[in-house]
Design a protein around this ligand. Structure first.
Ligand code: AMP
Ligand code: MG
Length: 347
């Protein structure tokens, strides 16, 4: 398949972008799949009402079919067509955080969406992305758009159109390039079908921010205890992994350097994921800074790009520093733990 690629203005406020947006929307209406930027990561969109379109998303990504997709909308009114009810707390969260990096789980109206999009569950995950390009494309299509991250399953999520191209060129109808995304980690997923809403996946909106609006919010025990089965089907899969095995190190930079020295003595080529503060400290084959430690937003925003950068090196093994579990640090550590297959060394 010949994958089209369009460059558009991030704010879609120039005349030149309109024809590209409408071509992308036309492909969606014709049940083709198209990648576009959101404020979190690039999404691979398809008509959520059509089985064939949804099947193309799963096929392009190589995504397991029991992992449901998030449905993206541009206007709240779109919800009524496929959601059974909007609980009061969900309405408050929508008012505060939509458009934005927050996905809410609702009871689904039967028959309104492709069952394949929701993996046959009785619930549906929905969000309204805070990105002018995503909103313009969804609006122009007039459809609810199912959109997982636009990467091959298991690989780090894409934060640039180039990342999408690396993974999906030839497998999808088009990529709309609106520049790098902002937040850099996926949306927070919150189940609003329970009286006390539950965080199923940490993300761009923090627990503290949610609680400031609706009071008590709980966290899926599986996020803290690896033995528990996650309530969100997708959370059980290996994700975000770089090609070389990654290990997180809970220790000082001196301790990390010792680990590196041991690997080097075995003749291995070593990469380190660190931050700007420590980038000049380490002696290794590849030392890459992932934002600044005192600005966790910058770490989130660079994380997937840095994981992908290691794939362009000859590193045999990778080590990463750990990050504080506060604010967006929860999402960063959740993604890093998965990228590392939960391998952690404590000093
Ligand atoms: P991705 O599309 O890769 O951002 O992943 C979407 C995430 O939302 C996955 O972890 C899914 O398991 C989760 N998800 C989607 N729909 C539901 C649902 N109805 N109930 C629980 N989790 C869901
Ligand atoms: Mg994904």
């Amino acid at each position: 398949m010949n994958t089209k690629r369009w460059s558009v203005d991030k704010y879609v406020d120039d005349q030149g972008s309109y024809p590209h947006i409408s071509q992308a929307a036309d492909l969606l209406i014709n049940n083709e799949v198209v990648a576009f930027p959101t404020e979190t990561v690039y999404g691979l969109g398809g008509n959520a009402k059509n089985d064939e379109a949804v099947e193309k998303i799963f096929a392009a990504k190589g995504r397991p079919s029991d992992n449901p997709l998030i449905i993206h909308i541009a206007e709240e009114e779109q919800l009524n067509a496929f959601v059974e009810e909007i609980p009061e707390k969900a309405a408050q969260l929508m008012k505060q955080f939509w458009p934005g990096p927050l996905t809410l789980i609702f009871k689904k109206k039967e028959g309104a969406l492709s069952d394949h999009a929701t993996a046959g569950l009785s619930t549906v995950a929905v969000r309204m992305p805070d990105h002018p390009v995503a909103l313009a494309i969804i609006s122009a299509s007039g459809l609810p758009i199912a959109a997982p991250s636009a990467n091959r399953s298991g690989r780090p999520s894409p934060t640039t159109a180039e990342h999408v191209w690396e993974d999906l060129n030839g497998k999808i109808a088009g990529v709309v390039d609106g520049g790098p995304t902002g937040v850099g980690v996926e949306s927070t997923v919150v189940d609003c079908t329970e009286f006390i809403p539950v965080i199923l996946r940490p993300g761009g909106v923090t627990k503290e921010q949610l609680e400031a609006v609706i009071g008590e919010v709980s966290v899926d025990p599986a996020l803290v205890d690896k033995g528990e089965a996650p309530k969100s089907p997708g959370m059980k899969y290996r994700h975000y992994a770089p090609d070389a095995p990654l290990t997180l190190v809970d220790g000082t930079k001196e301790y990390i350097q010792e680990l590196v020295n041991k690997k080097k003595a075995e003749g291995l080529s070593v990469g380190i994921l660190t931050t700007e503060e420590n980038v000049n400290f380490y002696q290794a084959d590849y030392v890459i800074a992932c934002g600044k430690r005192d600005d966790l937003d910058s770490v989130a925003s660079s994380l997937y790009d840095v994981l992908r950068k290691f794939n362009n090196t000859n590193a045999d093994v990778l080590f990463s520093e750990m990050f504080p579990q506060e604010g967006v640090g929860h999402a960063v550590m959740n993604r890093l733990m998965k990228a590392a297959g939960h391998r952690v060394i404590n000093s």
